[in-house]
Design a binder for this molecule. Structure first.
Ligand SMILES: [Zn+2]
Length: 88
């Protein structure tokens, strides 16, 4: 089983994984709520960055504030803990 540190590196890299690595990753995310929260945070950031890129125009301050607000709400709801230590 890969460590939380390895999982966070894999999640951050966005690279295509061999099948057995995908299975390991999936199992780890089922068992480790901290890494699952980290994955959700990354997904949220990625989604918003894609939206920003697709617009290809300047984003209003109001829109940035809205994103910040929704991200902060997300962190509060899920317990912000991006830099968690391995529990070993
Ligand atoms: Zn983990």
């Amino acid at each position: 089983m890969p460590s939380c540190k390895e999982i966070s590196t894999i999640l951050s890299s966005h690279q295509e994984l061999p099948f057995y690595k995908k299975v390991q990753l999936h199992i780890h995310l089922i068992l480790c709520s901290q890494c699952l929260k980290y994955k959700k945070q990354l997904d949220l950031i990625t989604t918003n960055m894609k939206k920003l890129y697709e617009k290809k125009t300047a984003v209003s301050q109001a829109e940035i504030d809205k994103w910040k607000e929704s991200y902060q709400e997300f962190l509060i709801q899920n317990g912000a803990n991006v830099n968690h230590e391995d529990k070993k």
